[in-house]
Design a protein around this ligand. Structure first.
Ligand code: 5AD
Ligand code: SF4
Length: 385
């Protein structure tokens, strides 16, 4: 048993937040302690994200800065894990020679063994062969004792042309329904009141399980678990989102009235080039239907500006659609090519200045809309207070 301290810095999405928690849980089971800071740690892991160029570069430069610390404390173990570690497995040791461990998202259950091997004086470890992770019972360790994430699937089958996820997290594998239910039940017995179900595309839950389960039946079953008072989920893909989901959200009171439904673009041409599998008209139809079932549903989205070939007209389509829908909030990203994702083979022809301008324009619009929506929501709840 070791009593060494580990510090994990997380980049990227909720999947990564949850993965970091799993790594902490596995290490704590082996006697490790959680360090409060990098200075206080015997091992520092960066759980990296590769979805956009910017986040990736931040992880590289922050890990680069730890070279000095490693020179001062050569026994400090440094690990570069997660999505960028998977994508760049062959270059991380060259770019960051002071790093001891590279481990892709499929390897998280093995990290304690790899750290033991390094501690025993072994060589550096590079473990990023397969992005797919085995189906495992996750540790119940949770940082937040009332609200927590529960992963229901891993990876993605959609292959949106801009997206790197299928290459770093592999194809979609759903966790068996019994395993998910068992985890939520155990969490409820520990006092957890709110669960957020996590998947790259929660609506396609069950497709590979071939046991008749789907996302709605999973929601219905979780809804019967006594201690759980609120259920959330991310992310929904518009092409797989159905009216049945909206009815379920309306009828099951524990389901929180929020949907994150990434639009990405309001241009039919760009959506096609992104291989999103829906048109702007289909998306608008979903929003109208959702609002007819749940008028006050909180709706959030993701937008990419500056995808290859996006001209002023395409951009205006996105702008007008956002104006029409009035999302409660939106994450707005500037496109960056992510090899080997398909669109990285297209010319990144929208200049940096134009991307910046479009980003600022949409951000300004959304800020006004978000402010207005907050005001309206406040006005709607205040009289009842
Ligand atoms: N460039 C910019 N944004 C991207 N996203 C995914 N890939 C890229 C890319 N290559 C955004 C999408 C996605 C969110 C998680 O990140 O909007 O929904
Ligand atoms: Fe999450 Fe995708 Fe980033 Fe991986 S690449 S951390 S799955 S957002």
């Amino acid at each position: 048993m070791t009593s060494k301290r580990v510090y994990i810095r997380t980049f990227g999405c909720q999947m990564n937040v949850r993965d970091s928690e799993i790594i902490y849980g596995l290490l704590i089971e082996r006697g490790w302690k959680k360090a409060e800071s990098i200075e206080d740690a015997d091992c520092v892991l960066f759980n990296t994200c590769s979805v956009r160029h910017h986040a990736e570069q931040r992880a590289y430069s922050n890990m680069g800065m730890l070279a000095k610390l490693k020179r001062r404390r050569p026994e400090l173990i440094l690990g570069f894990v997660g999505c960028t570690a998977q994508k760049d497995k062959d270059i991380v040791f060259k770019r960051l020679p002071h790093v001891d461990l590279i481990a892709g998202p499929g390897e998280i259950y093995n990290i304690p063994d790899y750290l033991d091997a390094i501690l025993d004086g072994g060589e550096k470890v590079m473990a990023a062969g397969m992005p797919e992770r085995p189906e495992c019972k996750n540790p119940l360790y949770r940082e937040n004792k009332t609200s927590t994430y529960v992963s229901i699937s891993e990876g993605c089958d959609n292959f949106c042309s801009y997206c790197i996820v299928p290459y770093v997290r592999g194809r979609q594998r759903c966790r068996k329904k019994e395993l998910v239910i068992d985890e939520v039940r155990s969490l409820s017995l520990m006092g957890i009141k709110e669960v957020t179900l996590l998947g790259q595309n929660v609506n396609s839950y069950g497709k590979d399980l071939k046991d008749g389960s789907d996302f709605i039946t999973l929601l219905e079953e979780i809804h019967t678990i006594d201690g759980i008072k609120r259920i959330r989920f991310v992310t929904c893909h518009p092409k797989d989102t159905t009216i049945r989901l909206f009815k379920t959200m309306r009828d099951l009171p524990k389901i929180y009235n929020h949907i994150h439904l990434p639009l990405q673009s309001g241009s039919a041409k760009i959506l096609k080039a992104m291989k999103r599998g829906y048109s702007p008209a289909h998306y608008l139809g979903l929003i109208d239907a959702l609002r007819s079932y749940i008028p006050d549903c909180n709706i959030t989205t993701d937008i990419i500006v500056g995808f290859p070939g996006e001209n002023n007209e395409d951009f205006k389509d996105t702008y007008n659609m956002m104006k029409r829908i009035e999302f409660d909030s939106a994450y707005i990203f500037k496109y960056s090519p992510r090899p080997p994702a398909e669109s990285s083979r297209l010319v990144d022809d929208v200049g940096a200045d134009i991307k910046k301008e479009r980003h600022a324009e949409i951000l300004k619009l959304q800020k006004e809309i978000s402010k207005k929506k907050r005001r309206l929501r406040k006005a709607a709840v205040l009289p009842m207070a």
